[in-house]
Write a protein that binds this ligand. Structure first.
Ligand code: HEM
Length: 568
């Protein structure tokens, strides 16, 4: 009896195994077929897209395009992210080779069938960023911003479109208005005092530092205090401790920015697939979000317990934006995305500006023209803030003084800041022109006398080229000259949008008043008491001058290595 039973079991298991194997086999066939269809579809899409790009855009200047590889070779040579310089330098070379057109195209097909229009003239840049009949709030942002999402949140004001963006902007505008920022200026001044103290200490020891570290700590402290009234003490906490420990929020923010594929550096498919990097991105994004969520929740609870404690004038930006709203989890999540966006958009950019301000001051050590500029700054500061080399912050701390003195009493300093942002713009914008369809008409631009069709392209307003375009700024466009800003006739002859470090139109920088306020306070604090000495990449004795590299925004290549000196 036992034998036939064993035999039956054997037969049954053999039948079972063979049916499993045959299902796996048929699944494999189906899977391979689906993959084959998908790959064929993708190849057809790329071939069609490449053909389409090659047929179109003939009216737009570009380097000679290879029939298969378009401008990929030239881009690889001039704008390779691994070349250690920002793509803007490559665009400048191409622009000169093409005899400085108003705009030119870089054809990246077949790697990317959406090619770029690189804009060198303000008129075309304006048409991308000002509202029009077809685009109520200007052209949509480019898809090149997508990799930034873990850093800025999925619902960020930076990437939101249409009414969703409009509502966010309306809610946050109030907190960034100049009058509100001036009420919060004591915070900026007290944080700048710490920044100056750190530089003084470094001057006393003679140590060489990366100014980037000090500037980033300062801007982090300012933006977190102003946005959520939370002091992360970035300038005081030593590396490796508290918020700067391995699991600290400041570390999470720094690591996340490093991990994010850089919009301006092109696609990084290997990095995208790397499981370790993916896990790190996931981990630090959670950590960052959770910390900010907790802080926000705490702040709202305090507010509910003591609603009348402070008047609106001194409220943090975020508290002002969600006052009178029901603090639902969805609102909190959305608000965390905006805080992340302010940290991302306001920290590196402003820190980079501070580094270039100090760099331009440092040139007074060897360049007679810069020495003269420094003398004018000193005279202005002595007239406005009194005689002491470090008197400015004390004067600005007096009630009402910051608004009055920084508003209109330091025109030369304001010109110095504007000139710094003209020659060293830290950030820009890339937009996308939808392909013409039944709902979206074709878009044209006037490029050097030709009415060229440009829909389907990404548009990059290249501030580097627009700000140095001799056609508008004159033959000395490459020279640092703050005096140009005080020449009213010269300025009134510039076409609208010639200076656009904060971009323009409805989607311009919400934090520009804050950035300019920070710049003025820093200039007032450091100009007379400190001397900056560039170490390495000085541009002297055959050395290359410090240049910009892409690191989400454009940052100085060496973190602005400097030594500081106390001035007599
Ligand atoms: C020197 C400093 C700064 C520069 C050069 C700068 C530059 C820019 C530029 C060029 C844009 C347009 C980006 C685009 O269209 O994709 C922008 C947008 C933005 N910036 Fe700034 N920024 C600076 C400081 C700040 C600060 C301090 C904050 C706030 C804390 C901030 C917050 C934002 C936000 C939220 C947007 C998106 C605005 C919107 O789409 O409505 N920025 N910034």
């Amino acid at each position: 009896m036992a034998k036939p039973f064993v035999f039956r079991v054997k037969m049954a298991s053999q039948t079972f195994i063979s049916s499993v194997l045959s299902s796996i086999y048929s699944f494999r066939i189906v899977f391979l077929a689906v993959c084959g269809i998908y790959i064929t579809y993708k190849i057809c899409q790329i071939v069609y897209g490449t053909y389409h790009v090659r047929q179109r855009f003939d009216d737009i200047p570009s380097l000679p395009r290879h029939w298969i590889f378009g401008n990929l070779k030239a881009m690889g040579e001039k704008c390779n992210p691994r070349s250690g310089r920002h793509a803007d330098y490559g665009f400048e070379e191409i622009w000169h080779e093409l005899d400085r057109p108003a705009a030119f195209m870089v054809d990246l097909a077949p790697v990317d069938v959406r090619s770029f229009l690189i804009v060198a003239e303000p008129q075309i840049a304006e048409s991308a960023t000002q509202p029009s009949n077809d685009f109520k709030y200007s052209l949509p942002k480019s898809d090149a911003m997508q990799p930034l999402k873990p850093l800025i949140g999925k619902e960020s004001i930076i990437t939101a479109e249409d009414e969703e963006w409009r509502n966010l902007r309306k809610r946050f505008n109030r907190g960034f208005a100049p009058a509100h920022l001036h009420n919060l200026s004591p915070l900026i001044i007290s944080k700048t005092q710490i920044f100056v103290k750190r530089i003084q200490d470094a001057a006393n020891t003679g140590v060489v530092v990366q100014l980037k570290d000090y500037a980033q700590d300062l801007t982090t402290d300012i933006i977190t205090q102003l946005a959520i009234e939370k002091d992360f003490e970035s300038q005081s906490i030593p590396e490796g401790q508290s918020h700067k420990s391995a699991t600290g929020i400041l570390t999470a923010s720094r690591i996340l920015s490093r991990l994010i594929a850089v919009a301006g550096q092109g696609p990084d498919p290997i990095g995208q697939l790397d499981p370790v990097k993916r896990f790190q991105r996931w981990y630090y994004e959670r950590l960052f979000d959770r910390e900010l969520y907790n802080v926000l929740e705490q702040k709202l609870k305090q507010e509910q317990l003591q609603p009348k404690k402070r008047d609106v004038a001194t409220k943090a930006i975020v508290q002002l934006a969600i006052a009178d709203m029901d603090p639902t989890p969805a609102l909190l999540r959305n608000t965390v995305a905006q805080i992340k966006s302010f940290l991302f958009a306001g920290q590196d950019t402003t820190a980079t500006m501070i580094q270039w301000l100090c760099y331009e001051l440092s040139k007074a050590n060897h360049d007679p023209r810069s020495k003269d500029i420094l003398r004018k700054l000193e005279e202005e500061h002595t007239a406005v803030f009194g005689a002491g080399a470090f008197s400015a912050l004390e004067v600005l701390s007096q009630p009402g003084q910051a608004e009055e003195l920084l508003g209109s009493k330091i025109p030369y300093t304001t010109a110095f800041i504007k000139e710094t942002l003209r020659l060293h713009p830290p950030a820009g914008t890339a937009r996308m022109i939808p392909e013409a369809s039944s709902t979206s008409p074709p878009v044209y631009a006037d490029i050097d006398g030709k009415h060229a069709r440009i829909d389907g392209l990404r548009v990059y307003n290249c501030q580097w080229l627009i700000h140095r375009n001799e056609k508008y700024w004159g033959p000395d466009a490459h020279i640092f000259n703050p005096d140009r800003w005080l020449d009213e006739e010269y300025i009134s002859n510039l076409p609208p949008g010639s200076w656009r470090p904060f971009e323009r139109g409805p989607r311009n920088c919400i934090g520009q008043e804050l950035a300019l306020l920070e710049a003025k306070v820093v200039m007032a604090a450091v100009t007379r008491g400190l001397r900056f000495e560039k170490v390495g990449n000085t541009g002297l004795n055959g050395e290359k001058e410090v240049w910009g590299v892409a690191n989400v925004t454009t940052v100085p290549c060496d973190g602005m290595t400097m030594r500081f000196h106390l001035r007599e």
